[in-house]
Design a protein around this ligand. Structure first.
Ligand code: ZN
Length: 142
């Protein structure tokens, strides 16, 4: 029954045809649309280069045979294209994470969240000022 769907040169079905689940064995570069999706890819305008065929009761209207087209992974494109707008949004988010909220300096590294959005010198200065303020309060109260 499997041999019925095995037509690697496409002489019987027009497209190279493999039984369900076998295509990757014959050609590791082939994937269905769903398999591309799992890889974060989409066909990207390419025509199917082969197909999978298998028997299915859900396909009674087409002789009990279902088909899934196969595409070349090497010619697929990312699902989400990096548009200029998306790149700008990513860059703005990174810039915000690099910019100290105290001195507004943009550093060449992302500021650790433990410093509450400050660069290390500003954080230390803020802490020193806080300690000094507490110290001053305690000495005047005494
Ligand atoms: Zn700073």
């Amino acid at each position: 029954m499997r041999a019925r769907f095995f037509d690697p040169d496409g002489s019987r079905y027009g497209l190279p045809t493999y039984p369900y689940g076998w295509a990757r064995v014959w050609d590791a570069d082939l994937a269905t649309r769903a398999q591309l999706r799992e890889l974060g890819l989409r066909p990207g305008g390419q025509e199917p280069v082969a197909q999978l065929m298998w028997r299915s009761r859900r396909a009674a209207h087409s002789g009990g045979v279902r088909i899934a087209w196969l595409y070349r992974i090497s010619r697929a494109l990312p699902v989400r294209e990096m548009t200029a707008a998306r790149r700008a949004a990513v860059e703005a988010a990174l810039r915000a994470r690099r910019t100290c909220r105290a001195c507004r300096t943009e550093h060449d590294y992302c500021l650790p969240t433990s410093l509450q959005g400050c660069c290390p010198p500003c954080f230390e200065a803020a802490q020193a000022a806080e300690i000094a303020a507490v110290w001053a309060e305690e000495t005047t109260a005494a």
